[in-house]
Design a protein around this ligand. Structure first.
Ligand code: S3P
Length: 186
């Protein structure tokens, strides 16, 4: 299993979906699993039940997800806050940290209303504070760090694949080219 960690807006779901397609693996997103379980949006759940309760559901969703082998898992930005999650992910998955600067994140999330932690008067300052707190935790959980910057998604996916190939996590001979992976299965 390959697991993507990183700040909100760092491209975990978009990159994860494309990565899974290239590998011919399943894709899963803990936020989507959580919303299925709680039966409402994460934002509403935060407002009504609070962050601690959300983190409990998140830990349980991660625990269930890591049972799969050929899967790319995108996690929520706060999944690494609990030490038990960091240990579990690091010991059971190949963890890739998609690193973005707070400035790039703000540029992508300026108009976002779905993320409860950013519904504050100064979301830019909030992102900076979250980044300061979390960057060391993402690095602790990760085996690989990929700088997202501004390259197009396809280039980012290639960067991730290259790191995984170099480390022997995946066999390059088994990864179809981008064109082949867009063909419907025969
Ligand atoms: C959170 C990030 C969100 C979601 C929840 C909490 C966080 O996921 O899990 O709103 O603590 O940073 P994304 O990283 O996919 O936005």
């Amino acid at each position: 299993m390959i697991c993507l960690v990183g700040m909100p807006g760092g491209g975990k779901s978009t990159v994860g979906r494309q990565l899974a397609k290239r590998l011919g693996w399943q894709f899963s997103d803990t936020d989507v699993l959580i919303e299925k379980r709680i039966g409402c949006s994460i934002r509403v759940f935060f407002e009504t039940q609070g962050e601690d309760r959300f983190r409990e559901v998140e830990t349980s969703a991660i625990g269930d997800s890591i049972l799969y082998r050929k899967m790319v898992l995108a996690t929520g930005g706060g999944a690494i806050l609990r030490q038990e999650n960091r240990c579990l992910l690091h010991s059971r998955c190949h963890v890739v940290y998609l690193h973005s600067s707070p400035e790039d994140l703000y540029r992508r999330l300026r108009y976002d209303t779905s993320r409860p932690l950013l519904q504050v008067p100064d979301p830019q300052a909030r992102l900076r504070a979250l980044y300061e707190e979390r960057d060391p935790l993402y690095r602790e959980a990760a085996h690989f760090v990929v700088d997202t910057g501004r390259p197009p998604i396809a280039a980012l996916v290639n960067m991730v694949l290259m790191q995984l190939e170099l480390a022997g996590v995946i066999d390059s001979a088994l990864v179809p080219s981008p064109v082949e992976s867009q063909k419907p299965p025969s």
